[in-house]
Design a protein around this ligand. Structure first.
Ligand code: GLY
Ligand code: MN
Ligand code: MN
Length: 459
């Protein structure tokens, strides 16, 4: 069991979080941390990641544990390690010591949890062993894929209300994740000229994160095929004319995430076509960040990105028409098919285990429009929210070769002109933006995104 250091300030932050929860619900909540899944035998496991809702209130990534929260009090449930485990895993802190580290009011073995489940709400944990245990103890189905109901829904809404905006403890962690991710990207850029395959650049980037005793917050994307949005293969050779898209973010020891994307030329110099499109994406990125302040609708920011991209593509002769009309007709989505970003916190795509409960303001539903359906956040912005801004341009064969799209947009896209941009398969520029009282702060601003500055970093 890995045990990051705790401090008096963490204990106080955790106390404040449960007090705030107590002001929102009047029933007990039990949050499980989860367990790691075995690979080929029980003791050889996939890396453990505690449930984020557990981490938010317990502060430490304790496997096979649960906390019961009621009226501002925290009870910790976990079993002390078997005596034999010291041989393989070393001496571990005992339940009582851990309880003290996180400021728990009581510490009990797991077996006692079953006597304290009455009227308790919970949130499903992703691993099957844990949600099965949750379902058995609470005597109802608690399934990660089912939307929560009853008191579980009330608990989920209360947790969303707390986790939507970040307290000082969270922000300190998020800043660390951002800073390490910035260094990882710089290392990736400077490794590129001598690297022969994507995997080498990934290694250079993740090495920085691992050296800080952090992990990646999601599977890294380091690819010359940026048009595959969540490409998780790293075997392609790096060719001089390629763009390399790297979407890599660190996660701190207590689970707080960063999420950064940069796209750079393998040769160290953008071609003129690559640079033209890069500057369109960057213009959208900058316009969106300039607009972020409390009260602004995130959906409006998405539409702004769509409009700037449409306008840029009209100026390059790729799209034909007026930018607003093109966005109305979803023509931008041929090249920018995803949303402008999402919430960021203990998870990348924070709280998406709860479906759209966190991302969408109550009463709002996802659009079924091609250009809006992948919008993950649709709320007015508030101080303390952390969001990503990640516009992109992609030539996705499945979209551009689709017969229906070819006929709908036959005269909207100048297909011949588009063919001159064949060396631009995928560009994304992604930063992490904190909404402040006055406007915004880019937590990842130390990583340049201007094309000249990126070229300099490469070499
Ligand atoms: N890293 C995943 C995303 O940007 O949404
Ligand atoms: Mn993102
Ligand atoms: Mn990303």
């Amino acid at each position: 069991m890995f045990m990051p250091k705790t401090s008096n300030s963490l204990v106080e932050i955790l106390r404040q979080r449960r007090q705030r929860l107590a002001s929102l619900i009047d029933f007990p909540a039990i949050l499980w941390s989860g367990s790691s899944n075995p690979r080929n035998f029980p003791a050889n496991v996939f890396p453990f990641r505690a449930s984020s809702h557990f981490l938010y209130f317990a502060g430490l990534p304790l496997p096979n544990a649960a906390i019961r929260l009621e009226a501002g009090k925290l009870e910790l449930f976990m079993d002390d390690p078997q005596p034999s485990s010291a041989l393989w895993h070393g001496e571990m802190p005992k339940r009582e010591e851990i309880a003290q580290m996180i400021g728990a009011d009581a510490a009990k073995p797991m077996s006692e949890l079953e006597f304290l489940v009455a009227e308790a709400a919970t949130i499903a944990v992703q691993d099957a062993a844990t949600w099965t245990q949750q379902s058995q103890l609470l005597n109802r189905w608690v399934l990660p894929q089912n939307p929560p109901q009853g008191i579980d829904l009330e608990l989920a809404k209360a947790v969303v209300a707390l986790r939507l905006t970040h307290d000082a403890g969270a922000l300190a962690e998020l800043r660390q994740a951002a800073a390490v991710s910035v260094e990882a990207h710089k290392a990736g850029m400077s490794a590129t000229l001598v690297a022969k395959r994507e995997a080498e650049v990934r290694g250079a980037m993740e090495g920085v994160i691992i050296a800080q005793n952090m992990t990646t917050a999601y599977n890294s994307i380091v690819t010359v095929h940026g048009e595959v949005l969540h490409n998780e293969h790293y075997h392609h050779p790096l060719q001089p004319g390629d763009l390399l898209l790297a979407d890599v973010g660190a996660e701190t020891e207590t689970g707080w995430a960063a999420d950064i994307t940069r796209t750079w030329p393998v040769s160290g110099k953008f071609s003129s076509t690559q640079r033209d499109i890069y500057d369109v994406v960057l213009a959208a990125h900058d316009a969106c960040i300039a607009k972020i302040r409390p009260g602004v609708e995130y959906g409006e920011i998405h539409l702004l990105a769509a409009t700037v991209i449409a306008e840029g593509l009209v100026n390059l002769g790729i799209l034909q028409g007026n930018a607003e009309d093109l966005v109305q007709r979803d023509a931008h989505a041929l090249f920018f098919p995803h949303g402008i970003g999402h919430l960021l916190g203990l998870d990348v795509h924070d709280m998406e285990d709860l479906g759209d409960l966190a991302g969408y303001e109550e009463g709002r539903k996802r659009s079924d429009r091609f250009g809006l359906g992948y919008l993950r956040l649709n709320r007015p912005l508030r101080p303390g929210m952390l969001v990503t801004i990640e516009p992109g341009f992609y030539q996705v064969p499945a979209i551009l070769n689709d017969g229906q799209n070819r006929s709908t947009y036959q005269y909207t896209v100048n297909w011949e002109r588009l063919s001159q941009f064949a060396d631009v398969r995928g560009i994304r520029i992604e930063d992490d933006v904190l909404v402040t009282d006055e406007g915004s702060e880019v937590l990842t601003a130390a990583l340049p995104n201007d094309a000249n500055a990126v070229e300099e970093l490469i070499g």
